[in-house]
Write a protein that binds this ligand. Structure first.
Ligand code: KG4
Ligand code: ZN
Length: 340
């Protein structure tokens, strides 16, 4: 193998997906994920079960990633792993595995912040991806986080807005649960909304100062709205499922869109880069596309496999850190609340 090429094995285990990916420099050779179906019947992620499932998934997923990439572990240049934020028990499985591999192969260990990775997936060398220039407004929209980030370069990022309570994906999932949908419900709400009237039902837009957002009040308003209507008509959900889905989706997206607009106006930056599971949502894509015309925004939306939790995004951060020789120590601890 050429000495100039860097081969990075990346491991992601922050929540309920076990991911492993191999990169050759900034190109993805493999990106494997084992989803944990076990949580579906609980309507949310059960941390203890997630951690156990990571333990059984991690060896086969890493093996699969190396096999698809056709790379022998002896040829790896570094191991990148998610240090946080996430569930402690889940993070520990990935970090212990990564540490053992780096120790046995005698190659650098690189820690990665999961939320930074959701934004830096846009730097993967892939013909579908147009790489954004710095600075940009990054927006992470996931099941665990909702952040607006001022990004000056790969590692100079400042959170300028965040949710005060629930994350946007969590709001989708909780509203879906109220409607009797399976966890996680974001994609199903999105699909149902395609045949619905988004102006049929109105929900509140919370008044939150600055660039922060709140989603827990809307969820409660939604629960009350559904219960009120069910008390008058027990078939209310069934008869209106598409319209309810379209209306609540429009509301959840409007809350963050309003703040992205303010962030852009305040900073004078019209380059908007989104990441995280909810960036697959068709309503936010539609709203962002619209602002390309009305506000002259440059909009960056990742390919679907890089929106959700995945190890390739950990690998691309690992690549840039490797170039900077920004290594981690074996005694570095996982941090469920890691910020930046
Ligand atoms: O980034 P991600 O895979 O995991 C976390 O770090 O949380 O995001 C998962 C979240 C879930 O809440 C899921 O319901 C939501 O992303 N999601 C969507 C869509 N696809 C996934 N929400 C709205 N519309 C979608 N199409
Ligand atoms: Zn995530």
């Amino acid at each position: 193998m050429s000495n100039n090429n860097k081969y990075i094995l990346a491991i992601e285990s922050s929540c309920d997906d076990t991911g492993a990916s191999v990169l050759k420099n900034n190109k993805v050779l493999s990106n494997c994920i084992a989803n944990q179906e076990i949580h579906k019947s609980y309507g949310g992620v059960v941390p203890e079960l997630a951690s156990r499932a990571h333990q059984s998934n991690i060896v086969p997923v890493v093996h699969q990633a190396l096999t698809i990439a056709n790379i022998d572990k002896k040829d790896l240049s570094a191991i990148a792993y998610t240090r946080g934020p996430g569930l402690l028990g889940s993070l520990l499985v990935g970090s212990s595995f990564a540490k053992s591999m780096s120790l046995s192969l005698k190659i650098p260990l690189i820690e990665v912040n999961h939320m930074q990775a959701h934004l830096l997936c846009h730097f993967i060398n892939d013909e579908r991806i147009k790489i954004p220039k710095f600075p940009f407004i990054g927006v992470t929209l996931s099941g665990g986080h909702t952040q607006i980030v001022h990004v000056d370069n790969y590692f100079k990022m400042k959170i300028i807005g965040t949710t005060l309570d629930d994350a946007i994906g969590e709001a989708f999932d909780k509203c879906g649960k109220i409607l009797g949908l399976n966890y996680p419900a974001g994609k199903e709400i999105d699909d149902l909304a395609k045949n619905g009237d988004s102006d049929k039902f109105k929900f509140p837009i919370p008044k939150v100062p600055n660039l922060d957002v709140s989603y827990s009040g809307v969820k409660t308003a939604f629960l009350n709205f559904i219960n009120n209507n069910l008390s008058k008509n027990k078939n209310f959900i069934k008869q209106n499922l598409s319209d309810i889905s379209a209306s609540i989706q429009k509301n959840l997206i409007k809350i963050i869109m309003n703040k992205i607009e303010i962030a852009s106006e305040k900073s004078g930056i019209d380059r908007i880069v989104i990441g995280g599971g909810v960036s697959a949502n068709s309503e936010i894509k539609k709203e962002l596309e619209l602002r390309k015309k009305t506000k002259n925004w440059e909009v960056y939306i990742p390919p679907i496999e890089y929106t959700m939790d995945n190890a390739a995004m950990i690998g691309i951060v690992g690549y840039y850190k490797l170039l900077n020789k920004d290594y981690s120590k074996l005694n570095q601890v996982s941090d469920p609340r890691l910020s930046f």
